[in-house]
Design a protein around this ligand. Structure first.
Ligand code: NAG
Ligand code: NAG
Ligand code: NAG
Ligand code: NAG
Ligand code: NAG
Length: 582
């Protein structure tokens, strides 16, 4: 309703009453760079193949200070408003742009004969679909398709774009233009095609101690994780508790593979299923791919009985869309009912140069996760698999400095790193962690991070930005996860395994909170770092995350930028969550 009303309001009255030629005024360069970042090579002008570009025009959001304050108010266990998540319309009111900004952008588009294909409910983002040649004229741009040589990902960008002078204050960025967010790559998965097929395999009886539960020839099985972290095996019962799994880059899970997986690894569980939600024509069938199979098998396979949805975000027919984060957020923010937990195993690296337009984009995406949190969603991301060298292994560290990952750098998501081995668990060396150059350190983690920096001393001095948001927040096993893909058994590693598994723990805690008449956890970080949750984690104190020609950061007692606060103990975390929600 809001969207439709706003849509009419924006397009009809103002457009008709405007004298033509208002925006004939001078175009002013909005963002420009001399060359693409290292590793991006132009391959073709985007207009040659006659591409349609889907561009998001983002307007300055209204009350961002209020959004952040409201989010902390409902997420801090010490606040009297803890757990009082806000309604869709109240959240929209916070981010709604100023009326003159909406009007200026609507006038500009209609004067150019462009009708937005969608408008976000709060009116802060408009999507337009235009041929590349048209976008070039409109924005005085030169849209070109680039290939990222380390990953072979392609993306359409321009080295500069301009906007009419008077529109300047009313647009915070247009995306994609000059932001070379390095590809939202799959987190690294090391796959081993296991020689054993699934046929003829019989379920084993459950083993109660970690040493035997985690010694399976198949590696880190659901049984191992349940035993290690005291995760309950009985079925969740609360209604309205939904776990959402993000699917990007044509990743798709196969329900038959899930059936085979559960028959082998969760014979005690009821039949597990999941739903598909397709955004922009995202795939909903096909042979299972590794990332999606892993994500679905360790959500449905661990969050026993929790309703699970795979959100498959596509590029849309004939349109270029190489960073689906914004599209997923905009889809979710339109929904009246949201999942209680969402896990995403895709990440990019923060750019190694100063790009104001990237910063605006990152802040808007991050504010999107803040809005989800304010509505009661726990948003989890794998921290990345390149150690201190960022999201994509093998890209290296062009400026020598460590590279933070996006969106784990957003202070309003929970970033999940990886551990390996048992009794004791130690840090997995690929587990990304460190300090953002884009987002400042939030207060909720200040005490723990300062304690770490003190213990670290001069190690890695000059290679990271100690004032930045520090990540990951927590960790979970991430090595040797068996999955079924195309009927075969593969064994995978990555924070790609850690994030969905941790999300399952959150979903099972929410089940008990909801059944006790308490709110879902929502944005968890202020709680996780608080006194209320101290003791709920297994502290990981050895290992490190090498990269950029260094040993990376060492895991130390307390929080560290490899394993965060540690791995969860279900019973202790549940007790803390129940207490916090008094
Ligand atoms: C911004 O939001 C806060 C709620 O966090 C509210 O108290 C404040 O009045 C709002 N400010 C404006 C200018 O609307
Ligand atoms: C557009 O970019 C391409 C690739 O970098 C370049 O070859 C071409 O000269 C540019 N065109 C204009 C008009 O700047
Ligand atoms: C990228 O493509 C080239 C040529 O097809 C291939 O040799 C190379 O291995 C690919 N790199 C990656 C990371 O897939
Ligand atoms: C899907 O998997 C089947 C069986 O493994 C295989 O024969 C087929 O070629 C695959 N299809 C695609 C599109 O990869
Ligand atoms: C360090 O991080 C802050 C954000 O906390 C940022 O404003 C600043 O530009 C960063 N410094 C460098 C050298 O990137």
């Amino acid at each position: 309703m809001v969207a439709a009303g706003l849509y009419l309001l924006l397009l009809l009255p103002f457009a008709l009453s405007r004298p033509a030629g208002l925006f004939k005024s001078k175009l002013v360069v909005r963002s420009s760079r001399a060359t693409p970042p290292l590793g991006f090579v132009p391959i073709t002008l985007a207009e040659d193949p006659g591409r349609t570009l889907r561009l998001t025009v983002a307007l300055p959001q209204g009350n961002i200070t209020g959004l952040h304050a409201a989010l902390l108010d409902v997420s801090d266990p010490k606040s009297t408003n803890y757990g009082r998540h806000m309604s869709k319309s109240d959240v929209e009111r916070l981010v709604m742009p100023a009326a003159e900004s909406s009007k200026a952008v609507a006038d500009w588009l209609s004067n150019n004969g462009i009708t937005p294909s969608s408008i976000s409910p709060s009116g802060d983002m408009l999507t337009i679909e235009v041929p590349a040649s048209r976008a070039n004229t409109l924005l005085n741009a030169n849209f070109t398709t680039y290939i990222h040589d380390a990953t072979n990902a392609t993306m359409t960008r321009t080295l500069s774009y301009s906007l009419p002078d008077e529109l300047g204050p009313h647009v915070s960025f247009i995306y994609p233009t000059t932001q070379f967010l390095s590809p939202s790559s799959r987190l690294r998965i090391r796959a081993v095609d296991h020689p054993t097929t699934m046929d003829g395999r019989r379920p084993t009886t459950r083993r109660a101690d970690v040493a035997s539960a985690c010694s399976s020839e198949f590696g880190t099985t659901p049984e191992c994780l349940q035993t290690l972290y005291n995760i309950p095996t009985i079925s969740a019962t609360a209604s309205g508790n939904t776990l959402a799994v993000t699917g990007f880059l044509d990743e798709v899970p196969d329900p038959d593979d899930l059936k085979t997986f559960l028959a082998r690894f969760r014979p005690d569980a009821p039949d597990g299923t999941f739903d598909f939600t397709s955004v922009n024509g995202g795939l909903t069938d096909g042979n299972g791919t590794s990332e999606a199979s892993l994500d679905i098998q360790y959500t449905v396979g661990l969050a026993t009985g929790v309703h699970t949805t795979f959100i498959s975000v596509g590029g849309g027919q004939g349109t270029a869309n190489d960073s689906p984060f914004l599209d997923e957020i905009n889809f979710l923010l339109q929904q009246d009912v949201l999942p209680t937990v969402m896990t995403t195993s895709f990440a990019g690296s923060e750019p190694d140069d100063d790009d104001a337009d990237f910063t605006s984009l990152a802040q808007t995406v991050c504010n999107g996760y803040a809005q989800l949190g304010l509505r009661g969603v726990s948003v989890l991301f794998g921290s990345g698999d390149g150690g201190v060298a960022g999201a994509s292994p093998g890209v290296g560290c062009p400026s020598q400095s460590f590279i933070a990952t996006f969106p784990s750098d957003c202070p309003f998501v929970t970033s999940v790193g990886a551990t390996q081995q048992f009794e004791p668990e130690i840090a997995a060396p690929f587990s990304s962690g460190g300090f953002s150059n884009t987002f400042r350190r939030p207060d909720y983690q200040a005490a723990q991070v300062e304690k770490y920096l003190e213990a670290l001393g001069e190690t890695n001095a000059g290679l990271f930005n100690a004032t930045g948001r520090a990540f990951p927040d927590v960790s979970f096993q991430g090595v040797g996860f068996p999955i079924v893909q195309n009927g075969r058994l593969n064994v995978l590693d990555g924070t790609s395994a850690s994030s969905p598994s941790f999300a399952s723990v959150v979903a099972l805690i929410n089940d008990q909170l909801l059944n006790a008449g308490k709110p879902s956890l929502g944005f968890m970080n202020p709680f996780l770092y608080s006194e209320a949750a101290s003791g709920a984690f297994n502290d990981i104190t050895s290992g490190s995350n090498p990269g950029c020609g260094t040993e990376g950061f060492p895991a130390l007692p307390g929080w560290d930028p490899v394993t965060g606060l540690g791995t969860p103990d279900f019973e202790r975390l549940l007790a803390a969550a129940m207490n916090a929600a008094q």
